[in-house]
Ligand binder design. Structure first.
Ligand SMILES: Cc1ncc(C[n+]2csc(CCOP(=O)(O)OP(=O)(O)O)c2C)c(N)n1
Length: 301
């Protein structure tokens, strides 16, 4: 029998334990707690696979760890490849349990994209969750291809000139069984989507908007409110794509003004943001998703 990594039951909130080193108001920490609860509710087990990112620093220094499940640290580019191997060996051994990649946007949109695309094309039996804080947070806040236009980072001190990469469309184009966006401001929707992903086989991709007070230059207490505003204004749509062509929108924007979202983060220079262009881009993007959901609907049970 091939060597494998043990998988242990998730007890309530055991995924991220006290003693972790994350910043106050870190969206990734909230997301890990929500993921842990959803796993516990499903009575499921998991092994985490985490590339270089804040999520692997969370664990603390050897030999201690704040993760309550077996966790494998990988190189930046290889998390999907390593997770594929663990999942394959587990399947060969007839073992149950999820293999979950937990990666930042740098490790997903940029450096890990080749192995992620390859795993998606092979429809590997893994769940891949990207917590998208829109920067390379762990190394001081450099821009990534997930950084939105206008955001100041340590490598774009005058504001990024390019827009955010559309990672959901890229993953949906692989026609994987499930791709969905997550917001920690919508906990019920979050839990349902994790539960949906847990009930499926094959490649499942989840994209979580992850506030980062350190990089976003925002108040830690504002984190959940900020991502709530992003959903309400259409900046971060909540939707699912089944098999690459079954669309479902989970929250319709309430036409609230995205301006406050930008104004409450000091990474943006309000004088430099073209709010009219931003409002137009939000409503056009939502209209595009609504048309897809009308033309290619996925009817949920
Ligand atoms: C090939 C490679 N390049 C650079 C690094 C240095 N590095 C470690 S973590 C990190 C940033 C990770 O950013 P992201 O994936 O967005 O996660 P976050 O830090 O924001 O949690 C970088 C650049 C590395 N470990 N390996």
């Amino acid at each position: 029998m091939a060597a494998t990594v043990p998988s242990i039951p998730c007890k309530d909130e055991c995924l991220l334990r006290p003693g972790n080193t994350n910043c106050g108001g870190c969206g990734m920490s909230v997301g890990l707690t929500m993921l842990g609860r959803a796993l516990a509710d499903a009575g499921d087990t998991c092994t985490l696979v985490i590339p270089a990112c804040c999520g692997i620093v969370t664990a603390g220094a050897f030999p201690t760890t704040s993760y309550g499940v077996p966790t494998i640290a990988t190189t930046f580019a290889s998390s999907s490849a390593l997770a594929s191997g663990v999942a394959s060996i587990r399947d060969l051994n007839g073992e149950s349990g999820q293999v979950i990649c937990w990666a930042g946007d740098g490790g997903t949109y940029d450096i890990g994209l080749a192995t992620l695309s390859a795993a998606a094309e092979r429809n590997e039996n893994i769940i891949y969750i990207c917590y998208d804080n829109e920067i390379y947070g762990n190394t001081g806040g450099q821009r990534s291809s997930a950084t939105p236009a206008g955001a100041r980072t340590t490598t774009t001190p005058f504001g990024k000139t390019e827009g955010k990469k559309d990672m959901m469309s890229i993953m949906a184009a692989h026609r994987i069984p499930y791709a969905a966006t997550l917001s920690i401001a919508h906990p019920e929707d979050f839990a349902r989507k994790i539960s949906t992903a847990l009930s499926m086989k094959g490649m499942r991709f989840l994209l979580m908007h992850s506030p980062c007070p350190t990089g976003w230059k925002s108040e830690p207490a504002d984190s959940v409110e900020l991502v709530r505003m992003a959903v309400a204004s259409g900046l971060f749509p909540l939707y699912e794509v089944y098999d690459g062509d079954g669309y479902c929108i989970n929250a319709h924007p309430d036409d609230s003004d995205p301006a406050e979202y930008f104004e409450r983060q000091r990474r943006f220079d309000d004088d430099e943001i073209d709010f009219n262009a931003t409002r137009k881009a939000c409503s056009e993007r939502m209209r595009y998703l609504e048309l897809l959901a009308e033309e290619f609907p996925h009817a949920r049970d």
